[in-house]
Structures are given as C-alpha cells and as structure tokens.
Design a protein around this ligand. Structure first.
Ligand code: BTN
Length: 261
C-alpha cells in the first residue's frame, strides 16, 4: 500500500457475492488515480483472476484513446482482472462479454433500455451512460492478462462540457439508485457470461450482444487513427470486429469512434 491511495474496505460495497470467479476479491478505495492502473499493479503481484478494484472517485480516470474520464463521487468506477486463454485477436469478445453483462444488469436494476454501441459504449437516448476501457498484455499468440475498466454514470453529476454526449441513470430515472445493487448485479452477470466465454460459447454472447444493438444496416462514419470512413454496417464478425460496406467494398474495422449518420 502506498500513500497515493486512500485504501479502505467499505462494508457498503464489500459484502459477500456468490460468484465463481468475478468479484471474489474486491479492493475498494475512496480515492485512487485510476482503477485500471492499480489493477495492473496487482497483476504484477500475481493476483487471482476475477479480482475487482473499485473506487468512489478517480483523480486520473482514463478513457479510450488517452482521453480523460471524469470520475466524481456517485458513479461506478471499477476494473476487473482476467486471464483468459485466448488469442489476442479475440480480445474484443471479452469487451463484448462485459458489455452484455452491464446492459443486462442496468436493465434489471433500473428498468431502462440500454443500447450497446460498437465497440464498447452503453448508451441511452443517444448519450453515453457507460464506457469500457479494455487494456491487455499479450505474447505472440496468447493473452497474458486483460483489465476491463468500467465507468458508469449512476448518481454522479455530469461535467458541463459533457452534457450533450453523456447521461446518468439519476437523470434518466429522476432518483438516485443504489450503486451497490448495480455493482453486484453486474458482477453476477459478468461471472455468468465469463463462464460461458470460458466454455467458448461465443455465439450465445454475440446473440445477446445483438439484442442490445441496433447497428446492423446503419449508415455510419468512423474515425480511426486519423482516417475517416463512411458506409453501411454489414456485420460484426465472429471476433467482434465491425464489417463496413464502403464505396471501396467491405472493410474490417478493429477500433474507432462511430457516428450514426
Ligand atoms: C471510454 O473511453 O469510453 C472508456 C472509459 C472507461 C472508464 C473506466 S472508469 C474505471 C476504469 N478506470 C479508468 O481509469 N478507466 C476505466
């Protein structure tokens, strides 16, 4: 433990969760730099699979593409450590497994209808409710570890600069909802779907993913590494990559920000 972290197990969050893998160990902080960063330090210490790091606030919350992730109190900011036995090309399937678990949990706990927006956002009314940051290290053909960072706007205030693109559950429901209940429901769902994942039931996960997505056939614009591509979404392939029909034919997209046209 270093002084950088306000480390405190809280009874509010750490109550027994009846899961097989995910959430058997939970590290809770009041304040942290980033749960993903801390999770990666735990990986170096050989921490067991399924360990979760959660914080009330993050001082250096990180989003995709080196963006800052605003993480004030009232939201759910946590990371899950996994050691899946898969090829690096299949990493997107883990993010899809997380997205499906979050979408189902949000629906169950709040009665809202979340949508999964490729590659890894959960949106409602066109605004971002949740982002997922998947970080991993791999050797040639094998993943060494994956840290899935999950940020959900629950009861937190949305930063004024983000009001056009982000939304919280509180804003949608008009009331505060229990972060603990939602957190536990996500861990339970993720535990279930991760076991499906280990059993290679990727098709089942993909099917549920599609039930939360409206992307097929949509006209989109995608920005990836400075390039802009537009076209119609043809499919999400078996590894979770997006197949786009463009003027030059079918293109496989592995990452990027999508805008519906
Ligand atoms: C995105 O850009 O959409 C991904 C955002 C991921 C944010 C979460 S909050 C918990 C975890 N710790 C981080 O620093 N980032 C992720």
């Amino acid at each position: 433990m270093t002084s950088r972290y306000d480390f405190s197990f809280s009874n509010k969050v750490i109550k027994a969760i009846n899961t097989k893998i995910i959430g058997k160990n939970i590290y809770h902080f009041r304040t942290i730099d980033s749960t993903n960063l801390y999770a990666k330090t735990l990986v170096k210490k050989g921490i067991p699979e399924g360990t979760v790091v959660i914080a009330d606030t993050q001082m250096k919350g990180r989003g995709r593409k080196e963006r800052i992730w605003d993480s004030p109190p009232g939201g759910l900011w946590f990371s899950v450590i996994l050691y899946p036995n898969i090829h690096p090309d299949q990493a997107m399937l883990i993010t899809m497994t997380a997205a499906v678990s979050i979408a189902e949990a949000v629906k169950k706990v709040t009665d809202l209808n979340p949508e999964i927006k490729w590659p890894n956002d959960i949106i409602i009314k066109g605004k971002k409710l949740c982002g997922i940051l998947t970080e991993l290290e791999s050797e040639m053909n094998l993943i060494k570890y994956v840290v899935i960072g999950i940020g959900i706007n629950v009861n937190n205030k949305i930063n004024a600069d983000l009001l056009k693109i982000a939304i919280s559950i509180n804003e949608l429901k008009g009331i505060d909802i229990s972060c603990t209940d939602l957190f536990h429901e996500i861990l339970k769902k993720f535990d279930y779907y991760y076991q499906q994942f280990i059993s290679k039931k990727y098709g089942d996960i993909r099917k549920i993913w599609f039930s939360f997505s409206k992307i097929i056939g949509k006209k989109v614009k995608i920005q990836e590494d400075g390039n802009i591509l537009s076209g119609k979404v043809y499919d999400i392939d078996e590894n979770g990559y997006l197949i786009l029909y463009t003027s030059k034919g079918k293109v496989r997209i592995t990452n990027g920000d999508i805008k519906y046209l």
